[in-house]
Design a protein around this ligand. Structure first.
Ligand SMILES: [Fe+2]
Length: 440
């Protein structure tokens, strides 16, 4: 071979090698929207205390940003509202992502701040940043009323797969259908690989600024709980606690912190349980929350389905220990995931001798918002009949989101498919004096 030809062949081989080495998902291949910078990203608003007077906000930067703060002001049409902003210092936590070998990024900083002493039913604008040059845009949200008032919320079953490619359209269609929603419940398995930063990057990119404007209610799923290293112990995602600032409830084991919590939004009580870890330790908490007065409506959300529509899936502990409490305290709605299919059913009022009246008590929903799809097992659904469960509507191979509107004596549940079509609807009417409910 002539010398120049040899050089050419060698160069071509080197190029082929470099291309292979740095192709998809190998070390060093970071998407630009995955890379942390001094500019805030992955901004996420959560409940922390009374929704009428407080929120928490969390965001990410690279490790060069050591000082972080939130500015918050009552929003006005006049852009000068920002001159009156209150400064709230943030806490900063460095997370070493290399603890998980599938991450291409090193350490990042998460910053979080509690915004409290807010006025009820007030539109606020906030921004997050380093207190100097690096700020987010101003983001607006409204605090809750102190009293019962109309509210709408959104619920998503598992995103998990096709997060950026196909879940994004679900999130964005939900925003089109319910832009005024006060909060969004993400019923577990937000991503597929617990500690993988690229998947969280997809989830934040898919939701974009909606995550910062709607208050988010993340629920832990089994895919947010796995070993960091091969053959290691399963642990909550490296990202979970740094990126979601959630209430730490008293009386629960430490390992459940920020995965079991509840809040009352205008007398709508939402209880979030962790169906993946130590469910036994949560039963007392559940009963306490259900027994507490002051809620006109009670909604439970957890990842595993209490009545599983997909074959071979089972959560017997919840049927044994949680379901009797839902019967006893008249829970209105249970929002779940995990089964990658759609099922809505109901359980009527239970009598003291273990039978069921012909009167509605609790609506159970399993849903999916991402791309992984399983089949319904009609025989499995029928097998729950002795526990009062009656299937009403099912679906397969469809991406869903749900909008729940509560106003006066009615709770209206609507399931939409990813293309914005209404697929299923149920209206619960409740007499708040007697607790009697009907389902249409
Ligand atoms: Fe799951």
């Amino acid at each position: 071979m002539r010398p120049y030809l040899r050089k050419f062949v060698l160069l071509s081989l080197l190029l082929v090698f470099a291309n292979t080495a740095f192709s998809h998902d190998t070390h060093g291949d970071l998407r630009h929207w995955e890379i942390a910078s001094p500019d805030p990203d992955r901004i996420f608003l959560t409940f922390y205390g009374n929704p009428a007077t407080s929120r928490a906000v969390t965001w990410r930067t690279d490790t060069s940003v050591a000082k972080a703060e939130v500015q918050i002001a009552k929003s006005t049409a006049n852009p000068r509202f920002s001159g009156d902003a209150l400064v709230v210092p943030a806490q900063t936590e460095t997370v070493d992502l290399t603890r998980y070998s599938g991450n291409n990024q090193g350490s990042v900083n998460y910053h979080s701040a509690i915004l409290d002493a807010l006025d009820a039913d007030t539109l606020y604008a906030y921004r997050v940043g380093d207190g100097d040059m690096r700020w987010s845009e101003w983001i607006q949200f409204r605090t809750a009323h102190t009293q019962y008032a109309p509210v709408s919320l959104v619920y998503f079953g598992d995103a998990q797969n096709g997060i950026l490619s196909h879940w994004s359209r679900v999130m964005r269609m939900a925003y089109q259908k319910a832009p005024e929603a006060a909060f969004a419940i993400h019923a577990g398995d937000l991503i597929n690989t617990a500690h993988k930063d690229l998947e969280w990057a997809e989830w934040f990119k898919a939701g974009g600024w909606i995550h910062a404007q709607w208050t988010g209610v993340p629920v832990l799923g089994n895919h947010e709980f796995s070993p960091i290293a091969k053959n290691g112990k399963r642990t909550v995602s490296l990202h979970w606690r740094p990126q979601f600032t959630l209430p730490v409830e008293a009386g629960l084991p430490d390992d459940l912190s920020e995965t079991v919590y509840s809040f009352d939004y205008q007398q709508v009580r939402v209880i979030v349980l962790n169906s993946i870890m130590n469910p036994e330790a949560q039963t007392k908490y559940l009963e306490e929350k259900l027994r507490q007065p002051g809620a006109k409506w009670k909604i439970l959300t957890c990842h595993y389905s209490i009545f599983s529509p997909a074959k071979g899936r089972d959560f017997p502990y919840a049927r044994k220990a949680w379901k009797p409490l839902l019967d006893k305290y008249g829970v209105d709605l249970v929002l779940q995931g995990h089964d990658h299919t759609y099922a809505r059913g109901q359980v009527p009022v239970k009598t003291v001798n273990g039978g069921y009246l012909d009167r509605f008590q609790t609506l159970y929903v399993t849903s999916v918002s991402g791309t992984k799809m399983y089949e319904i097992s009609p025989s499995q659904l029928k097998s729950y009949a002795s526990q009062g469960y009656r299937p009403i509507k099912t679906a397969e191979q469809k991406q869903f989101f749900q909008v729940i509107n509560i106003e006066g004596d009615k709770l209206t549940y609507t399931a939409y498919t990813a293309d914005g079509e209404k697929y299923d609807q149920a209206v619960i009417t409740k007499d708040f004096e007697t607790g009697k409910k009907t389902l249409e």
